[in-house]
Design a protein around this ligand. Structure first.
Ligand code: NAG
Ligand code: NAG
Ligand code: NAG
Ligand code: NAG
Length: 393
């Protein structure tokens, strides 16, 4: 970084031989002071920038109506250029008088700049261009380094970073090497995001759902606001994060959050989850530069049927088994009754045949043989005395 001594001596020798010259390597924003040698400040004095008059002191002071003309300051014969800009680079020359002798002095100013486009603060996954420039110097060599001292060389003044990540955040250093002089400039880059959350959260009804939403810590100082929203108007009140960063708002019976523990996770807990709470929850963070990031969590509430289902099946099975047992029991009873009836019938028939064998003579006397076949089929109590039948007929 320090200019090499031989070079300085050569420059000094040349300057002296040519009547005075200086080379300034300054950064944008710096102030540069250039003297006018031995020129007498009470004599007429004129300063030029690239051969255009900037300021002239005769009896009064005349300034050029340019930006440079308006901002330069003259102290005795020394010219001060504050808030250096790239456009202020170039050749500065003064003419004055030392007694009757004309005095001329020349300086060269190189304004170095390092910048990031579109901004030093960018969203992740976007492209970033780092430019390091030393105006009017075609011989300058430029090299960029990241915070891990990895070097990026490029034939031009710029390097392009595609789809930046949060790890690209931090200080980037540009080394400019010109005329054996090495100057360094820095740019502090902040890559915002990504904002991450689980794609979905599933909870049983009545349970608690943790809605997490985290940001790489390098992004935090750039946060303006952050918070959650639900895609259905459910009456849930979510807290808001304000620049600080600190959560504003109160815990309520449904939503709790931890004000003190906020580092890089905007976590809220949804309590006593209902079926109506299901849906899409979005965590949105806006940054000081007006950009914003969001991420969504799908909240799923378990359906009670999934728990009740097997129980219902069990009842069905129990019912079916009971019905089967009942059916088998019924069949057994029917069979038993049937068998009993059969036995009874056989007994009756036997009894009758025994009775027929005993009293054939008594009945044969009556003229009623046509009734015989019916008697066999019908189950009857032992017949009443025959004469009663005859009367009824
Ligand atoms: C401007 O450059 C000169 C020479 O390169 C240096 O001595 C001076 O300190 C610089 N000014 C600032 C404000 O850095
Ligand atoms: C909200 O409630 C949680 C748990 O009950 C507690 O840890 C937290 O500090 C509370 N936050 C605020 C902001 O009151
Ligand atoms: C959830 O909401 C976000 C933001 O509104 C949207 O980008 C995303 O597609 C939604 N997701 C679903 C599954 O609806
Ligand atoms: C979420 O971000 C996308 C871009 O990534 C944007 O299109 C969308 O509108 C945002 N959604 C909300 C709810 O802010």
């Amino acid at each position: 970084m320090a200019p090499s001594k031989p070079y300085l001596w050569i420059c000094l020798a040349l300057c002296v031989a040519m009547g005075g010259c200086d080379v300034f390597y300054n950064k944008t924003g710096d102030v540069v002071s250039m003297d006018c040698g031995t020129a007498n400040s009470n004599k007429p004095l004129t300063w030029y920038h690239n051969n255009e008059q900037v300021i002239r002191v005769l009896t009064t002071t005349t300034r050029a109506k340019t930006e440079l003309g308006k901002k330069v300051k003259l102290s005795e014969s020394t010219l001060k250029v504050p808030s250096l800009k790239t456009a202020d680079s170039g050749n500065y020359k003064c003419t004055g008088q030392d007694g009757n002798r004309k005095v001329t002095r020349e300086h060269t100013v190189y304004v170095m700049s390092a910048s990031a486009s579109p901004s030093e603060t960018v969203l992740h996954s976007t492209d970033l261009t780092l430019t390091c420039d030393i105006n009017n110097s075609p011989t300058a060599q430029i090299r960029w380094m990241n915070k891990n001292k990895n070097t990026y060389e490029s034939p031009g003044k710029s390097i392009s970073l595609k789809s930046v990540k949060s790890t690209d955040s931090g200080r980037w250093t540009c080394q400019i090497e010109d005329n054996k002089r090495v100057e360094t400039l820095v740019v502090d880059i902040a890559v915002l995001g990504p904002l991450t959350s689980p794609a979905e959260v599933t909870v049983p009804p009545g349970g608690s759902a943790d809605l997490t939403c985290s940001l790489p810590s390098v992004s935090l100082p750039h946060v303006e606001t952050g918070g959650w929203s639900h895609d259905c108007p459910s009456g849930l009140k979510f807290p808001t994060l304000q620049r600080g960063p600190e959560w504003k708002g109160e815990n309520n019976s449904r939503v709790t959050f931890n004000k003190g523990n906020l580092k890089n996770d905007f976590k809220v807990t949804l309590n006593k989850v209902r079926h109506t709470d299901k849906g899409n929850y979005t965590c949105t963070v806006t940054f000081k530069n007006g950009q914003s990031l969001n991420t969504s969590v799908m909240l799923k509430v378990e359906v009670e049927k999934t728990i009740e289902g097997p129980k219902m099946n069990l009842w069905i099975w129990v019912g079916a088994a009971a019905a089967l047992v009942l059916l088998i029991g019924l069949i057994i009873i029917i069979v038993l009754i049937h068998r009993r009836n059969k036995r009874m019938r056989r007994k009756v028939r036997k009894l009758r045949s025994v009775r027929q064998g005993l009293t054939p003579k008594n009945y044969c006397q009556c003229d009623r043989t046509d009734r015989q076949p019916h008697a066999g089929k019908r189950e009857r109590p032992p017949p009443l005395p025959r004469y009663q039948y005859d009367i009824m007929d």
